[in-house]
Design a protein around this ligand. Structure first.
Ligand SMILES: C[S@@+](CC[C@H](N)C(=O)[O-])C[C@H]1O[C@@H](n2cnc3c(N)ncnc32)[C@H](O)[C@@H]1O
Length: 464
């Protein structure tokens, strides 16, 4: 490590900034936010520096730098537009043992200012030790997206109760368990979803109920989370957050490995399967497993492909949880229809093609396909068929028998949204034949309607 990362307390410390350009202004703003008292020495001011001069903690001297300006300063930023002057400031500062940063010169600087993700009082600082500020900024952008703004409120709330909790729960291990639970469980969720008052109340209740054996006090929760159609980029932020705090994970066959890799290593992973006619674990057992783990106080993640409420039996699972008074929350996922359609370049509705879109299942509980064929055979609509690979010939046959034009375009998308995606196109009369002559890997989705013709123009994913 070339540099020591530290967070410096500069509240009310006198600091000097030589220079008035945008870079100097950026640093001045940061120092002001950290409570410094600033002296800015510069004959000219940029727009951004001018805006800062309203602050009570900034004094502007409209002239060039002079070595006397260093008198009584804790820290100096040399950001004039003159390279030699900056070096001179640095030399003067070093002589007086004052920490100095030189703009665009990390090597000659005592310290650099990191890229930060500011969720004050929570601060994440990123440094590339001067090698690549662009890389550090790129990482910052990613972290910005991962750490919701409401972490600021969460950290403030934690700070508010820190002393009280320390007094109430004296055992270090128990206190750690209390904080871990509060900062990942329902109290955190309340804060992160904007219910600060309720969160404060819940934290007070938790403190009142806390005892030295806190780690044994249990109330679990189930997160029913839609994992989307396979590509991890399509997870929601909320899904990712809950995935990362799970203690037990029950997952389906359709949840991709790359999404499973996001689950905590130490969590218990339980495969519950669900392939056509081959359920690794019967639904009743899945429901019972969710209940048992939640009652044991665990944060249980029920991870499902796509959206849990679309052909996912998510409703049934949480009905059982509700009957057992188990707290739960549901996170929607991108359903296969949306994901596959987008990645195949087939809009599901379009003013010139389809005014409605119907999601159907090509596979009923008893293996039959029993649909309103007359309605589905109508024009100006799109049909999306889940679990329809086996039933494809019957579906097409029935649609034709009920009056759909034989040349109605149709597509079958296999492993949609993933790097293995394949799209097979034809018409309702040709697609079954085309598919039977090819090797196709599940999961697959069928789209029927003239919107399929738009793919010729709109396919973007496979073009990449
Ligand atoms: C039991 S349903 C679950 C649907 C899921 N809840 C959703 O909202 O996407 C499983 C069916 O979803 C479709 N499916 C899911 N992911 C898919 C993908 N990546 N590509 C194609 N079809 C997919 C297939 O039709 C598969 O048989």
């Amino acid at each position: 490590m070339k540099q020591l990362p530290i967070f410096l307390n500069i509240q009310s410390s006198a600091c000097l900034i030589a220079g008035g350009g945008p870079a100097a202004a950026r640093k001045a703003k940061l120092l002001l936010q950290a409570g410094a008292k600033l002296m800015v020495v510069t004959p000219t001011l940029s727009e951004s520096m001018l805006l800062l001069l309203d602050s009570a903690n900034i004094e502007h001297l409209q002239r060039d730098y002079h070595s006397d300006d260093l008198q009584g300063k804790t820290m100096v930023i040399a950001a004039t537009d003159n390279y030699q002057v900056n070096l001179q400031i640095a030399a003067d500062a070093k002589q007086k043992a004052i920490l100095v940063n030189i703009a665009d010169n990390p090597i000659a600087s005592d310290f650099t200012l990191p890229s930060i993700v500011n969720r004050d009082p929570l601060i994440v600082a990123i440094s590339s030790s001067g090698t690549s500020p662009v890389l550090a900024r790129m990482l910052k952008t990613r972290l910005e997206a991962f750490i919701p703004k409401s972490y600021s409120t969460l950290a403030t709330l934690a700070g508010e109760f820190q002393v009280e909790i320390k007094e109430k729960i004296r055992h270090v291990g128990a206190r750690k368990a209390f904080w871990e639970k509060s900062l990942t469980g329902n109290i955190a969720e309340l804060v992160l979803t904007g219910h600060e008052t309720k969160a404060r109340q819940a934290l007070k209740t938790a403190i009142n109920n806390a005892n030295q054996n806190y780690s044994n006090a249990k109330t679990g929760e189930v997160y029913l989370v839609g994992a989307g159609p396979g590509n991890p980029d399509l997870l929601t932020f909320r899904a990712l957050r809950l995935i990362q705090q799970a203690e037990v994970v029950l997952y389906d066959r359709l949840v991709s490995d790359s999404i499973m890799n996001l689950c905590p290593q130490q969590a218990e992973h339980i495969y519950v399967g669900k392939r056509r006619a081959d359920h690794a674990m019967p639904q009743a057992n899945i429901n019972q497993t969710l209940i048992d783990h939640a009652k044991a106080g665990k944060r249980v993640l029920r991870l499902k492909g796509g959206d849990p409420f679309i052909f996912g039996r998510g409703g049934e699972e949480i009905e059982t949880l509700a009957e057992h008074n188990i707290p739960f929350q549901v996170v929607p996922g991108i359903t296969a229809a949306s994901g596959c359609a987008s990645y195949a370049g087939i809009p599901l509705t379009h003013r010139d093609h389809a005014q409605s879109c119907t999601f159907i299942t090509g596979h009923l509980k008893d293996g039959s396909i029993n649909l309103d064929w007359n309605r589905l055979a109508g024009t100006d609509q799109t049909i999306v068929c889940y679990m329809g690979l086996m039933g494809l010939p019957i579906i097409c046959e029935q649609l034709i028998a009920h009056g759909i034009a034989k040349d109605t375009p149709a597509a079958l998308i296999e492993r949609g949204t993933t790097a293995e995606q394949q799209v097979h196109t034809g018409t309702v009369s040709t697609l079954p034949q085309i598919i039977s002559s090819r090797t196709v890997t599940a999961p697959t989705l069928i789209i029927i309607g003239t919107v399929v013709t738009l793919r010729k123009k709109l396919d973007w994913f496979e073009q990449q």
